[in-house]
Design a protein around this ligand. Structure first.
Ligand code: AMP
Ligand code: MG
Length: 269
């Protein structure tokens, strides 16, 4: 799969209208072939995660951001479907509690970063503090830019300590969101997910797109790149995130540790 084009080059300006949420050009596979490929990737990711855990030299952090209904939960369910629950941890960040609000914005994030050998997925993240918070004008532009700097230096610090960071913006169109919100109204098994508050956020769509574009522009770095994932198609979305994660894990060239003692001649009776 050609995934490089979904990466935001550090220093480049993101204009989201130029990133097509319907783009499926990375793969010409049929739906059946894609499902098979997804299963295969999930198994491969599981195998690499086993080495990551055994090695305990480095950590992996996957950040998922996107508008309501963009598929953050579904991505986690599919991309990590084969992974050993012991080695992975998904953390959802909701509106901050009073205690969290009383601290600087990275406090609650810092406490959830992956340990050595661990793979952590952030379902929303520290980026909410330059997105929803900026859209609702709880901070001004100057503060927002200070936060970009703090985020870059925080992520740099993680990377310097052997954390591999991958950030995915799940990019859907406003029309696709309408369809998915409508499904939440219509399908009994999805109604629990319907949150009237999402309609208020939807009204602010252009403001969110601007906030995302600014954040992606300011914080896609060599050690913590952003990928803009065309996410109107769920299969395409899952395939892209799986492929990028798999290729990244593979590039680490991880090895199972050698036994610390000689195992020759040990007899189990
Ligand atoms: P959901 O992910 O749909 O369950 O909703 C979580 C909600 O928490 C979203 O509306 C987010 O915008 C909100 N949220 C997450 N982090 C923050 C934050 N730092 N400040 C304000 N709201 C937040
Ligand atoms: Mg929601």
């Amino acid at each position: 799969m050609n995934v490089a084009k979904y990466r935001v080059a550090p220093g480049s300006k993101v204009i989201l209208s130029k990133w097509d949420p319907n783009d499926k050009s990375a793969s010409s596979a049929t739906k059946d072939e894609s499902m098979e490929r997804l299963r295969d990737l999930a198994t491969r990711i599981d195998k690499l995660q086993d080495v990551l855990y055994a090695e305990r030299k480095r950590s992996v952090l996957v950040v998922l951001q996107g508008m309501d209904t963009s598929g953050k939960d579904g991505t986690i369910r599919h991309v990590f479907s084969e992974i050993d629950p012991l080695g992975v941890r998904a953390v959802g960040f909701k509106a901050p509690s009073d205690e969290e609000l009383a601290h600087e914005f990275l406090w609650r994030i810092n406490r959830q970063t992956p340990a050595k050998g661990e793979l952590v997925i952030f379902n929303r993240s520290h980026y909410e503090d330059v997105l929803v918070v900026r859209v609702h004008k709880l901070i001004d532009q100057a503060e927002c830019e200070r936060r970009y700097e703090q985020i870059n230096s925080f992520e740099r610090q993680l990377a310097d300590n052997q954390t591999v960071i991958l950030k995915f913006f799940l990019h859907i169109s406003k029309d696709e969101q309408k369809k998915r919100l409508q499904e939440r109204l219509d399908e009994p098994n999805k109604q629990w997910k319907f949150n009237p508050g999402d309609l208020a956020e939807r009204k602010l769509w252009p403001d969110y797109m601007k906030a995302y574009a600014n954040a992606l522009t300011a914080t896609s770095t060599k050690c913590a790149p952003w990928y803009v994932i065309p996410a109107n198609s769920k299969t395409n979305r899952n395939l892209l995130v799986s492929s990028i994660l798999y290729e990244t894990l593979k590039s680490l060239k991880m090895r199972y540790p050698k036994p610390s003692i000689s195992l020759d001649g040990i007899v189990i009776d």
